[in-house]
Design a binder for this molecule. Sequence first.
Ligand SMILES: [Zn+2]
Length: 159
Amino acid sequence: MRCVMCGHNRLRVGTVDETVLVGELRFIAQLPAMVCPGCGEDLVSAETLRGLERGVAEALARDGARTPEAFRYMRKAIGLKAMDVAELLDVTPETVSRWENGERQPETRAAKLLGILVIDHSAGRAEIQTYLQSLRKDRPAPPTERRLHLPAQLLPHPA
Ligand SMILES: [Zn+2]
């Protein structure tokens, strides 16, 4: 691997402190990087930066952050478009836009729900998002009678 700045060809494995600003909040994290001994340039992989983004989003979620910037950051970190999040939260895309541009403070319940989605994602799951998507307003009504197939753990054997 060559340094893109000076052409040095013996980059070393090292670390770099990366700072992320989310509105007035500042997050600093140490990331693995390839460091150039020639010019000091450091190279962080896109995958590592993606991990940083997810970590910042999770910290925002766990802090209950609900500034416009935090809301937008969390939404983007889990790959949702403003339109998608509007549908999941049962609000109009205009409302999401007002929350994110600071015209209105994001609603507490909406920020909590987005936080739940972020935490679900960082645990490597998407059950909550899938569940919310399944509740779309235009979905057909479920049948009034149906047979349920219950998992065994819900059905203790009679003693
Ligand atoms: Zn260099």
